[in-house]
Design a protein around this ligand. Structure first.
Ligand SMILES: Nc1ncnc2c1ncn2[C@@H]1O[C@H](COP(=O)(O)OP(=O)(O)OP(=O)(O)O)[C@@H](O)[C@H]1O
Length: 453
């Protein structure tokens, strides 16, 4: 069979994504585009094989379950017919067997659902050796805002950059916890070493240990080569544990040990290796409350929470909203190579009044959408598509009798919030969970409980 060649003069890496889930496809496509890559989609094994026969690709990402076959089949096909092409699979939540089977069949790596953007980017970078775009990761953006709340955080971050102490960052979803962690790292003497961000809630329970500590070849069926864990990858640098409250209890014990001993043991290894990482953790949950209810270990809590940084919610810094909106709009416009539109007075007033449950991330999303949809040089109030003001919801709740039975009332509110988040994220469950400030697992559980299909 004649193999397709890379088109002459083309330097943009091309990635074939094979999936039949619309929201995941969109997420993958957007991420690839933002990394400066060219995605091409196929929804079935047959369509993927056809594209592979016709066009050159630099990487293939395939879901495991496809309408006309499995990702494994595709991995084998690529191994036989396009051996130069790296292929990675996306496996269902918690499906370790699938991941191992795919690695055995020749996949170079796997991602498990819900796909974490951080892991996706890391996987793509390692497969393609893409240099990071300067605007993306090399220089983290600064914290915008000049209200007393954010000024206090800024001063604290500067101070923390000069220390090695573990830092725990709290704050609602989208309030800048990860950005704060990156800023501490970038200003510390560890800046030339890696910053590794881990979303603890996104790792299937049975893979947590090998993801954190790595494994030796032969540690379990399918472990064909040694693999580093997050600790080894962050050696000399900073390990950022996002949503640390989601770590299963047995893993909490192992994490505590690794932090205390400053040593980790790869799965299947006999000896421990020294590691030097600074731990920064974050959660949007009340960690001390979780300690009280026995869901988070107290000894680990004390280890992590040596210094606490609290990120203010955007509604606590309303006076910063206009300035932040302008700065974010200018950045987004520059990224898309268009002149930055103005915000009308009414739009600014509406933003200042809005409650921003998703904080700065939500502000960024609102502006990104407005920029994409608004054709003119001014963004009006209606281009922002802000959701119903809370007052309107409160009004219905104020009707006598509307709040009992209590469980029904709470369910109704919960359902409303979830549906709104799903609508806002165009039914992307991972993004909706983020917006709601709960884990993907928690969202899935609630959808089931409330009977939302
Ligand atoms: N004060 C700020 N100035 C500028 N950008 C900010 C600020 N706070 C947050 N952001 C931006 O908002 C987005 C969300 O921030 P980030 O991912 O750090 O939030 P988070 O608290 O870690 O969210 P999550 O809990 O959902 O993981 C990022 O694009 C970040 O750069």
């Amino acid at each position: 069979m004649k193999r397709p060649q890379r088109p002459a003069g083309s330097t943009t890496p091309r990635v074939l994504i094979v999936d039949d889930e619309a929201d995941l496809l969109e997420l993958l496509e957007l991420t690839l585009l933002r990394m400066g890559l060219e995605p091409q989609r196929a929804m079935t094994v047959a369509a993927a094989k056809k594209l592979l026969a016709e066009q050159w690709f630099d990487l293939c990402l395939t879901d495991m379950r496809l309408p006309d076959g499995t990702g494994l089949e595709l991995v084998q096909h690529i191994g036989q017919h396009h051996p130069q092409l790296p292929v990675a699979v996306i496996t269902a939540f918690g499906s370790a067997e699938n991941a191992v089977a795919a690695l055995k069949a020749g996949a170079f790596d796997y991602l498990s659902k819900p796909v974490s953007l951080e892991q996706l980017r890391a996987l793509i970078k390692s497969a393609l050796k893409v240099p990071e775009k300067a605007s993306e990761a090399a220089a983290p953006r600064t914290l915008l805002g000049s209200s007393p709340a954010i000024q206090h955080v800024r001063a604290l971050l500067d101070k923390l950059a000069r220390s090695q102490a573990p830092v725990h960052i709290t704050g609602e979803s989208g309030s800048g916890k990860e950005l704060a962690a990156r800023l501490i790292h970038e200003r510390s003497n560890r800046r030339d070493k890696p910053f590794v961000a881990v979303n603890c809630g996104a790792i299937p329970e049975n893979l947590v240990e090998s993801e954190f500590f790595g494994y030796k070849k032969g540690a379990f069926t399918g472990a064909d080569a040694d693999r580093e864990g997050f600790f080894q990858a962050a050696n000399g640098g900073t390990l950022f544990l996002d949503e640390v409250a989601d770590l299963p209890l047995p893993m909490q014990v192992k994490l505590l040990r690794a932090i205390q001993e400053k040593r980790v043991r790869k799965l299947g290894a006999t000896q421990e290796d020294p590691v030097d990482v600074r731990i920064i953790s974050a959660t949007h949950q009340n960690l001390s409350g979780l300690v009280e209810s026995g869901r988070f270990r107290q000894d680990l809590y004390y280890r992590l929470n040596v210094i606490e940084v609290r990120m203010p919610a955007l509604r606590e810094m309303r006076e910063d909203i206009p300035g932040m909106a302008e700065a974010i709009l200018a950045r987004l416009a520059a990224q898309s190579g268009v002149p930055a539109p103005r915000l009308s007075e009414a739009a600014v007033a509406a933003l200042k009044d809005y409650s921003f449950p998703g904080n700065v991330r939500e502000l960024e999303n609102i502006l990104e959408r407005a920029l994409a949809l608004c054709p003119g040089s001014e963004i009006g109030r209606e281009d922002l598509y802000l959701s119903v003001p809370e007052a309107a919801l409160e009004d219905t709740a104020r009707e006598p009798g509307a709040k009992w039975p209590l469980q029904e009332y709470l369910d109704r509110m919960e359902k409303e919030a979830i549906l709104e988040a799903l609508e806002k994220t165009r039914y992307n469950k991972t993004a909706a969970a983020k917006l709601l400030g709960i884990t993907f697992r928690a969202l899935r559980y609630r959808l089931e409980r409330l009977g939302i299909d």
